[in-house]
Design a protein around this ligand. Structure first.
Ligand SMILES: CC(C)(COP(=O)(O)OP(=O)(O)OC[C@H]1O[C@@H](n2cnc3c(N)ncnc32)[C@H](O)[C@@H]1OP(=O)(O)O)[C@@H](O)C(=O)NCCC(=O)NCCS
Length: 187
């Protein structure tokens, strides 16, 4: 388990899947992470969540730090903040794909930045990655601002690729290289 200033980042437990499903089904969250039909997902989707967690190079459940630690087998709902992940498409190129999902009630508190900085640093210093990539929809200004603040650069754009709320939005490709992270961290 990892610890940041205000958070625990720990390994996925099967009991987390229900909380992740509830977060996924939140109408403010699902359109930011899915280009499929925006519809509530039922219990079958729990298997997809568990499979995604197990297939990732790194899949962490984010918890608020508490006095009692995070040893409970089942997380207390009020401590569940979200998830973050790194998946590897092609290990030869050491290019990890970053993902993050935070409960809307915790948005704007700096948790996204705290988690993203930790994971990017861990990718370069412990996982041996050479770059971290991500995909974000152009309508997701909150996420784009966060990624730019951490040091990601826009690398490309697939135009009008996602139909959402009666209009098309672009898919933006962003990335950060190890040397860029080192330079930003030492500034
Ligand atoms: C995107 C997400 C991870 C951001 O997490 P967060 O905890 O709200 O972000 P933070 O509080 O750490 O904010 C970090 C920066 O993001 C930007 N930001 C935060 N709220 C914002 C808003 N309402 N509008 C625009 N930018 C915003 C700011 O640059 C902010 O830095 P600042 O507080 O110094 O101004 C979170 O909103 C989320 O999980 N959204 C749903 C899932 C998602 O979009 N995942 C990413 C898919 S690519």
């Amino acid at each position: 388990m990892f610890t940041t200033e205000r958070l625990y980042l720990r390994g996925f437990r099967s009991s987390d899947a229900r909380l992740i499903l509830d977060m996924w089904n939140n109408i403010d969250v699902q359109p930011t992470i899915s280009n499929e039909y925006i519809v509530p997902r039922g219990p079958k989707f729990l298997d997809h969540i568990t499979a995604s967690a197990e297939d990732a190079l790194l899949f962490l459940t984010i918890e608020k730090r508490s006095e009692t630690g995070s040893d409970e087998t089942v997380i207390q709902e009020e401590h569940f903040v979200g998830t973050t992940s790194i998946t590897m498409g092609n290990p030869k190129n050491r290019d990890g794909i970053f993902g993050i999902m935070i409960e809307p009630k915790f948005w704007g508190l700096g948790y996204g930045e705290e988690v993203t900085r930790f994971v990017v640093d861990y990718c370069f210093h412990s996982l041996g990655l050479h770059r971290v990539s991500l995909l974000v929809f152009s309508g997701n200004e909150r996420a784009i601002d966060l990624y730019k603040k951490v040091g990601f650069l826009e690398e490309g754009r697939k135009r009008k690729v996602n139909w959402i709320d009666g209009q098309w939005e672009d898919m933006i490709y962003m990335g950060i290289l190890k040397e860029e992270w080192e330079t930003a961290s030492s500034a």
